[in-house]
Design a protein around this ligand. Structure first.
Ligand SMILES: Nc1ncnc2c1ncn2[C@@H]1O[C@H](COP(=O)(O)OP(=O)(O)OP(=O)(O)O)[C@@H](O)[C@H]1O
Ligand SMILES: [Mg+2]
Length: 369
């Protein structure tokens, strides 16, 4: 029977899916995606101070995932808002920062309770949306085509039906059924989006869950996979393959799509981490050679890599210097060309020029002041 996109899909099948997942194509792709992910995970161990890299990568993930929902902010506005206390933060930038907080909250929750439950899903969406939304109780949630307004999909309706399907999803996530975790990731992501438990924020919550799932399965130590980059770059396929699971039970193209997403973004994230690490090493050398001896320390340079903008207060908080001395250090780093100062309200921020260029793929000369 043909599915009517206007009718709530209360018959959404429970997991596991009724299809053969053992195709050679899937097996091959699972192996290469797993290998790429293992290399990314392995890289973490070789990085002495991991927090240096995490901020930058999770901010990018948050920005891109929010962009899929048309919440658009610039890298510069985001990085500034992350470092500055004063100054206006526009609503889109705020939303991205909320997404980032949700990712971290979820990650920290896993450390104490290593389970992905309906309550975790709800806490994530509440942080993303900054409200106390829960599982949908009313009708009226549809997914429609952005341009034509045509309804493409109507998710299940009725709180108890939705909760039952979420319960089944939880069981699927935590049951060791011999299905490879990366294949399960793809299945889980489809199912979460098809259940569409909330009236908004399902895409973003689902994308955070992808990362948390990999952490939960010990395939990542830190939430550093920049998965939303692939999704936004292949947005129309993302929607098309999701739909094909619903309308034709075509799981294979969807699973292959998600496996490719993991493989490509694991490789990209690994390269980016290496680039940041190399840049940090070069900056250490430059500072050693060009700063006055009494001023140089490795810790001073490391702090410039916590995020693209730095300020005197960060140096004070890290016990590197008193406030006045900290200001002198930053000025010296500007003199040797590592930093560039910007005034935001009454605060003075310093941009790590090369780190910004690396993260944003954009030259500082061409960015708006
Ligand atoms: N045909 C479909 N079937 C199931 N899920 C879908 C379908 N089309 C889109 N989706 C999912 O719904 C999400 C959008 O839902 P919603 O607006 O609640 O989330 P969001 O986080 O606010 O938005 P976005 O995902 O666009 O950032 C998409 O990102 C996608 O994951
Ligand atoms: Mg939305």
């Amino acid at each position: 029977m043909k599915l009517d996109p206007n009718v709530p899909y209360n018959d959404l099948p429970l997991l596991p899916p009724d299809c053969n997942l053992d195709s050679p194509e899937i097996l091959k792709k699972t192996i290469s995606a797993s290998r790429a992910l293992a290399e990314l995970k392995g890289l973490g161990i070789t990085i002495p101070n991991q927090s240096i890299l995490i901020n930058s990568i999770t901010l990018q993930e948050a920005r891109t995932s929010s962009e899929i929902e048309n919440v658009i902010t610039t890298n510069d506005a985001l990085f500034k808002a992350f470092a500055a206390k004063t100054g206006q933060i526009d609503p889109a930038t705020k939303e991205v920062l909320h997404y980032r907080s949700a990712l971290w909250e979820g990650y920290n929750t896993l450390k104490t309770q290593n389970l992905l439950t309906t309550n975790v899903f709800i806490r994530l969406v509440q942080t993303i949306k900054q409200n106390n939304a829960g599982v949908r109780k009313t009708t009226g949630t549809h997914l429609s085509n952005d341009k034509t307004g045509e309804v493409m999909y109507t998710p299940p309706v009725g709180e108890s039906i939705i909760r039952d399907k979420l319960g089944n999803l939880e069981t699927f996530i935590h049951t060791d059924d011999g299905i490879d975790p990366l294949i399960k990731l793809a299945i889980m992501h489809y199912q979460f989006e098809a259940i569409h438990p909330f009236s908004d924020g399902n895409g973003r919550t689902g994308r955070i869950l992808n990362i948390l799932y990999l952490v939960q399965k010990n395939l990542l130590d830190l939430p550093v996979l920049y998965l939303s980059k692939y999704i936004i770059e292949h947005k129309s396929n993302y929607y098309r393959f999701l739909r094909a699971v619903t309308t034709k039970q075509e799981w294979i193209p969807w699973i292959l799509f998600m496996l490719d997403a993991v493989e490509q973004t694991a490789n990209f994230s690994r390269k980016r981490i290496l680039d940041i690490r190399n840049l940090m090493e070069r900056t250490v050398e430059k500072a050693k050679n060009e700063l006055p001896d009494y001023m140089y320390s490795k810790e001073l340079i490391e702090i410039l890599f916590h995020q693209p903008y730095c300020k005197a207060q960060f140096l004070v908080e890290a016990n590197l210097a008193e406030r006045k001395t900290a200001a002198t250090y930053l000025k010296e780093l500007e003199r040797i060309g590592v930093l560039m100062s910007r005034s935001i309200g009454r605060e003075k921020l310093y941009l790590n020029i090369k780190l910004y260029e690396l993260l944003a793929d954009q030259h500082v000369q061409s960015m708006p002041i």
